[in-house]
Design a binder for this molecule. Sequence first.
Ligand SMILES: NC(=O)c1ccc[n+]([C@@H]2O[C@H](COP(=O)([O-])OP(=O)(O)OC[C@H]3O[C@@H](n4cnc5c(N)ncnc54)[C@H](O)[C@@H]3O)[C@@H](O)[C@H]2O)c1
Length: 303
Amino acid sequence: MATSLLPRSARVAVVLAPHRARLMSTAQSRAKAKFLPDFSMANKVAIVTGGARGLGYEFARAFVRSGCTQLAVVDLKLEEAQSAAQELVNTACSPSHPDSKPSDYKIIGVECDVSSERSVQKAYAETIETFGRVDSVVASAGIVENYSAFDYPFDRIKRLYDINVHGAFFTAREAARHMIPAGGGAITLVGSMSSSIVNIPQPQTPYNASKAAVKHMAASLAVEWAKKGVRVNVLSPGYMLTKLTKTILAHDQELKKTWESLTPMGRMGEPEDLAGAIVFLGSDASRFVTGTEVRVDGGYCII
Ligand SMILES: NC(=O)c1ccc[n+]([C@@H]2O[C@H](COP(=O)([O-])OP(=O)(O)OC[C@H]3O[C@@H](n4cnc5c(N)ncnc54)[C@H](O)[C@@H]3O)[C@@H](O)[C@H]2O)c1
C-alpha cells in the first residue's frame, strides 16, 4: 500500500514499522520468558500414570514444558511407556528449543498395572531408585465403557473400579508413603466432570460413580495428609479429544455433535487445554490448595 495515501500518523507508523517490529519482538520474547516462578516444574521429580498416551501424555508434556527434567511415564506396556518417554525428550529438544539437549533430561518409562498394588509399589521403587524422590504425581490411568446398567457384565464393572478407583488410591497412597518422610509433595488425581453430572446420551453409571469416588478420595486424603505436607487435588476434565473418546466417537458420528451442543463453549477440549490446570496443581503455584476440584470442561457443568 502507498504510504502517501495514509494519514500522517499512520505514515509514521508504517515508516517505523521494521524498527518497532524488531523492538516488539524483543519485548515479546522478554515478556514470553517471564512467568511466575511458582509455576516452574524445574527440579521436581514427577510421575504420571497412564502417561503413554492421551491426557496422561499431555500432562507429562505440560510438566516438561514447564521445566520438569526428571519424570517417570508409568503405563501398562513397557515399550509404550518408554517410547512416550523418548518422544517427550525429542519434543523438548526439537529445533524450536535450541537451548535444550537430550542429556538435560532423565525421562523414563515404567511398566505398571495400577489396579495391582504390588505393581504400583514396584513402579515407585524403580522411580525412587532412579531419582531418589518424587515431588509431583498425577494419577491419570483410567478407562471408560458404555453399557446400560442391565447389560454391564460384573467382571467388567469390577475391572473398571479396580483401575479407576483402587488404581488411583494405590497411586496416591504409595506417593504419600514416599513424600511424607521427604517433607511433602503434590498429588493430582484425574477425575471427570462425570463425578458431578450424568452424561447423556451414553449410559456409563459405573464410570460416573468411579469418578465421584475419585473426587471424594482426593478430598478425604487431602484431610488425612494436610499437616504432613502432601496436597491432594482432583482435576476434572470435560469431553476431551483423546484415543479414549475417539474410540467411542468412531462408532457414533452424531455423538460428538450432541456433546458439543451441550458444552457452552461449543467444542470438545484438546488435551492441551488442560496444561495450565495440571501445572498449577502439580507445582508450588497451588501450595495452599488441597482437597479441591479444578474442573476444565468448557462450562459443561454450569448449565
Ligand atoms: N478423554 C476424556 O474426554 C476424559 C474426560 C474426563 C476424564 N478423563 C479421564 O482422564 C484419564 C485419561 O483418559 P484418556 O482420555 O487419556 O484415556 P486414554 O485411553 O487415551 O489413555 C489412558 C492411558 O491409561 C493407561 N492405562 C489404562 N489402564 C491402565 C492400568 N491398569 N495401569 C496403568 N495404565 C493404564 C492406558 O494404557 C493409556 O495409556 C482417565 O482417568 C479418564 O477417565 C478423560
